[in-house]
Design a protein around this ligand. Structure first.
Ligand SMILES: *Cc1c(COP(=O)(O)O)cnc(C)c1O
Length: 350
């Protein structure tokens, strides 16, 4: 792959065209087609993708957006940046994805203007059920696919279910660039057009700013060329990630550790996350064997220092408990089976 990456970067260097050129156009066409959507608009990063998707849907001051509080603050940051208010639905204890019963309850009682569904850890949640609830009320659905590139359900890819979907190409994501990058995909012409304008100062054409809320948020030619080399390998990487996750779930047997279920193509194993009430002790035990583990994510959004003053009295018990118990084991396509087995043995010996 290194030769191909070098050749791609060389091609951009020789072209002398670095922003919004042929590589970006080609990547957008290829990624839209991969996702089964009509349009892809590439952007500077995944958080911009969320914010510009909200803005394209006219979500701003006075609007409320339903999301979850256990997904690393990304949606909260974007909602607040757009000037709207996050409302948090509870998550399911088994998958840690949004609980549709709670979504239904909130939609009965509160005015919600948009819903963000995060395919956390790479698993497509109950997206169809959420969309059904939303459609019945005319509420648009945004998919946050930053951890779920290539996940498939009933022949449809992550990003093809909602009104608009957001992706990040941060280097550690399932499809990662050699720097920052992001995109939206959508089959709605109006939303694609608006995001296309918003990523470039709100311009309708050069130096004519038409839409408010615009900015500079562009993927550059170098990253687009790199992503074009990687995209054809995504399915194979995802399959390997899934294999590693299944190996963990079959191999880990410890009375104090809960492992995720083994999933099919609807899970691309961006993160392999186990749970235990004694999380910090297990983390230390693994660190003692040189196994680095991270926590995704330790603090509910509504309790974060930056914004907790906005959410006084908000408590989501399942979410809060999960934040105290989750632990992410290493899971990436380059890992060998014996490395996975070593970690399994270390967990089991705890
Ligand atoms: C990484 C990530 C983002 C943000 O992407 P950036 O490119 O880092 O801005 C948004 N949502 C989720 C679920 C993510 O994992």
């Amino acid at each position: 792959m290194q030769t191909e990456l070098s050749a791609a970067i060389d091609r951009v260097l020789r072209s002398g065209w670095f922003v919004l050129g042929p590589e970006v156009s080609a990547f957008e066409a290829e990624f839209a087609s991969y996702c089964g959507a009509k349009h892809c608009v590439s952007l500077a990063n995944g958080t911009d993708a969320l914010e510009l998707a909200l803005r394209a849907l006219d979500i701003g001051e006075g609007k409320a957006v339903l999301t979850v509080a256990n997904a690393g603050m990304y949606s909260t940051v974007a909602i607040l940046a757009a000037g709207a208010k996050p409302v948090y639905a509870e998550v399911r204890p088994d998958t840690l994805l949004v609980d549709t019963a709670d979504v239904a309850r909130i939609l009965e009682h509160e005015k919600i203007d948009a819903i963000i569904v995060t395919h956390l850890y790479g698993l497509l949640g109950d997206i169809r059920q959420v969309i059904e609830l939303a459609r019945a009320r005319g509420i648009p659905v945004i998919e946050d696919c930053a951890q779920a590139h290539g996940a498939v359900r009933d022949g449809r890819k992550a990003g093809s279910f909602g009104d608009i979907a957001c992706f990040s190409f941060y280097p550690t994501k399932n499809l990662g660039a050699l720097g920052d990058g992001g995109a939206i995909v959508t089959s709605r012409d109006d939303l694609a057009g608006k995001v296309r304008q918003l990523r470039q100062y709100g311009w309708s054409g050069k130096y004519h700013a038409e839409l408010p809320g615009g900015r500079n948020s562009r993927l550059d030619e170098m990253q687009a060329a790199v992503l074009r080399v990687m995209l054809p390998r995504l399915d194979q990487w995802n399959a390997r990630r899934r294999e590693i996750a299944a190996r963990y779930s079959r191999g880990i047997e410890h009375p104090k550790v809960t492992v995720p279920a083994i999933h099919g193509d609807d899970y691309v194993a961006h993160l392999y996350v186990i749970r235990t009430p004694e999380r910090d002790r297990l983390k230390q035990h693994l660190a003692g064997a040189g196994i680095p583990c991270d926590i995704h994510y330790p603090v509910p959004d509504y309790a974060q220092e930056a914004c907790r003053h906005l959410f006084e009295g908000v408590d989501r018990p399942v979410t809060a408990q999960a934040c105290g118990e989750v632990l992410t084991l290493p899971c990436f396509p380059e890992m060998a089976d014996d490395e996975v087995d070593f970690i399994i043995a270390r967990v089991n010996s705890w």
